[in-house]
Design a protein around this ligand. Structure first.
Ligand SMILES: [Cu+2]
Length: 176
């Protein structure tokens, strides 16, 4: 939307510091509405930007990577998402390697089936793994991921030894 307007340069950009696109763009419906507004007036851009911020606070759009940050020992990522194919940017801000697994499950994050070592039994029939980032991601590294989510409850986990019980688990809620 903004790109379309750049050649005109007739109006200053909105003063709002969030003008550089928010991390979480609007839903398709909001985007369409925003697009329409842009065709009418530059003021429409401001409306769309505000809408993007409001909607983005709750949901992130499937086509824009959302950050999934892993630290020692926690996972930070949007916990409410819309169904669809999501790009995630896995960021390791911790001091050691981490991974990101996402399971579709009715079990709460704190009550996944575990073995004697306290690590999650990934092959449990109560868990349906929908994402596995693979080898541990080193500190200060990022890794692009793609996950397809249908409406329901999910749990994000890092299942490197002891990391699950140390707190690397998060309930995720996906809606239509
Ligand atoms: Cu970890």
């Amino acid at each position: 939307m903004t790109v379309t307007l750049e050649p005109q340069q007739t109006q200053p950009a909105p003063a709002r510091p969030g003008t550089p696109r928010p991390a979480s763009p609007p839903s398709i419906r909001e985007q369409f509405r925003g697009l329409k507004s842009v065709l009418l007036t530059v003021g429409g851009v401001i409306v769309a930007a505000v809408a993007a911020i409001v909607v983005g606070a709750t949901f992130f759009h499937p086509t824009t990577p959302a950050k999934a940050t892993v630290i020692d020992y926690a996972i930070r990522m949007p916990v409410r998402m819309k169904a669809g194919t999501h790009k995630l940017q896995l960021v390791n801000s911790g001091a050691q390697g981490h991974e990101l697994l996402i399971f579709r499950t009715s079990l709460p994050a704190a009550a996944l089936p575990v073995g004697e070592d306290g690590d999650v039994l990934e092959e449990s029939p109560q868990l349906d793994k929908v994402l596995d980032s693979g080898d541990a991601l080193a500190p200060n590294k990022t890794q692009p991921l793609i996950v397809h989510l249908t409406p329901g409850h999910y749990v994000a986990v890092c299942n490197l030894p002891s990391h699950y019980r140390l707190g690397m688990r998060l309930d995720l809620y996906v809606t239509k």
